[in-house]
Ligand binder design. Structure first.
Ligand code: OAD
Length: 243
């Protein structure tokens, strides 16, 4: 079974992406050799308790990450997913990433399970602001502290986005899962919805993950190279079909 055949046959293809997809854009992943959680402790930086204890340190870390993400450029993997959507093949892209590289590559239907670094939210009045650079002030006009619009450990995922993702997956007969270690819940369980319904799970990751066990196809490559080649092959097949 070849990925290109599965993708061309699928009636409702979705994708789930993780930090590995942005790695080739220079955005650090969380796990693995150079992963953020090797250098920093999540409980000191990415929990509501850490923010309550020391908002300055948490903000400093998020401003640093914002700077990296806002200066990064989409890579071949982001462009390939956007192209698949434009071609009408990919119906929905679900991402754990808090960067906006999928959108900047042209993807339209993107569900951000873990929020976004582009959003800053007031902890008091709950007002949300879009930012294009790290905010200078971290106090809202109402006097309360602003916080990054991301999901921290111990917090619930945005309800509607999770519901929409589950709905899309319930319709899916194939899913490409790219660049995720598949260990953070509930995101890691989402491909099982497709599997249970008899759909095909394609994993794109240079490393083995817990998802590998249920993957119908495991592609041990970097997402950038593989996704570009996949789109090129699809274009070739489609163009050789037309008279
Ligand atoms: P991880 O950092 O846990 O995993 C990244 C995965 O990408 C690893 O399995 C790598 O092998 C793989 N990878 C690295 N480079 C790649 C490449 N070029 N192409 C394809 N794959 C590559 O990132 P996530 O699974 O996204 O949550 O992490 C899940 C969540 O854990 C994040 O959203 C974040 C983090 O704590 C929150 O902050 C709530």
């Amino acid at each position: 079974m070849e990925v290109v055949d599965v993708v061309l046959k699928a009636k409702h293809l979705t994708a789930l992406t993780g930090a590995g997809v942005s790695a080739e854009s220079g955005v650090p992943t969380f796990r693995g050799k150079d992963g953020l959680w090797n250098k920093y402790r999540p409980e000191e930086l990415a929990t509501p308790e850490a923010f309550a204890r020391n908002p300055e340190i948490v903000w400093e870390w998020y401003k640093w990450r914002m700077k990296i993400v806002f200066n990064a450029k989409p890579n071949q993997a982001h462009y390939a997913f956007a192209e698949l959507e434009r071609m009408g093949i990919l119906k929905c892209l679900i991402t754990q990433n808090v960067d906006d590289l999928h959108e900047r590559a042209g993807s339209k239907r993107v569900l951000h399970l873990h929020g976004s670094l582009k959003v800053v939210r007031c902890t008091g009045c709950k007002k949300e602001f879009e930012v294009n650079e790290p905010p200078e002030k971290t106090l809202c006009e109402c006097g309360s502290l602003l916080r990054p619009g991301v999901v921290w450990f111990g917090e619930n995922l945005p309800e509607k986005i999770l519901r929409d993702a589950i709905f899309e997956l319930s319709l899916s007969d194939a899913i490409i899962v790219a660049g995720t270690s598949a260990v953070v819940q509930p995101a890691a369980s989402l491909p099982y919805i497709v599997k249970r319904n008899g759909g095909i799970v394609i994993e794109v990751n240079p490393d083995v993950t817990p998802l590998t066990e249920i993957a119908d196809i495991s592609v041990r490559e970097k997402a950038g190279k593989f996704m570009k080649e996949l789109v090129d092959e699809i274009k070739l097949r489609l163009s050789s079909k037309t008279p």
